[in-house]
Design a protein around this ligand. Structure first.
Ligand SMILES: [Zn+2]
Length: 218
């Protein structure tokens, strides 16, 4: 047992929670991945490659430094570079949750040209003024990590990767998982609103400006 154990336990707890609630798209599979920063170190705790969540135990969680060197564990997720790209770009983020959740996945294939606008004030104040789409690149490639790094500069907390899935960010794992839940709610609402072919009402401009000030973008 090392000082990393508490971080591994947290990752495992939230992975099981996300899996039981269907956020990885399947419940028997290993899709998606989760990480958090280790306090006062240039390292992160991150889920392993290709291991079903239902079988995952604490010792399976990897500890990796910012140069992708494995300190503890076997083989980290193939999306390690995506996680590290976010930590390098966003000092406000301490936890990254990459999911294959259902309604965000539906929107990821719908060829929507613009970010999802702010629809509910309590969610906008939590996750930001929009949900931007990360341009598609093959899973696990430096191109996908670069596309993610270029998109998270908008300072928001949720993203949809085209033809792939979702990313939720937080100051800790619980908050990142809450943001994944919020993203699923607005994805479901937005999808059904679009499917009903009715005009979607967004938040009034003054509220949007407030949200944008809060997230440091005018
Ligand atoms: Zn994925």
């Amino acid at each position: 047992m090392s000082h990393y154990t508490q971080y591994k336990d947290q990752i495992l707890y939230w992975c099981k929670w996300l899996n039981e609630h269907g956020f990885f798209g399947t419940k028997l599979g290993s899709g998606g991945n989760v990480s958090c920063r280790i306090e006062n170190e240039d390292t992160i705790a991150v889920t392993p490659s290709s291991l079903p969540y239902k079988d995952m135990v604490t010792d399976d969680i990897c500890i990796v430094d910012y140069n992708q060197q494995v300190i503890e564990g076997k083989k980290p997720t193939m999306e390690l570079s995506l996680h590290l790209a976010i930590y390098k770009e966003r000092s406000d983020v301490n936890a990254v949750v990459h999911t294959h959740q259902m309604y965000a996945s539906i929107l990821s294939v719908m060829n929507i040209q613009k970010p999802i606008p702010a629809l509910f004030d309590e969610i906008a104040f939590a996750i930001g003024h929009e949900v931007a789409f990360v341009p598609y690149a093959l899973s696990g490639t430096p191109e996908l990590a670069a596309n993610v790094a270029a998109t998270v500069t908008n300072k928001c907390k949720c993203y949809i990767i085209q033809n792939h899935g979702a990313i939720a960010l937080g100051k800790d794992l619980q908050q990142a998982c809450l943001h994944a839940e919020m993203l699923e709610k607005i994805s479901m609402v937005y999808y059904h609103s679009l499917a009903a072919r009715n005009e979607v009402h967004t938040l009034p401009e003054p509220i949007l400006q407030l949200v944008q000030q809060l997230f440091g973008k005018g």
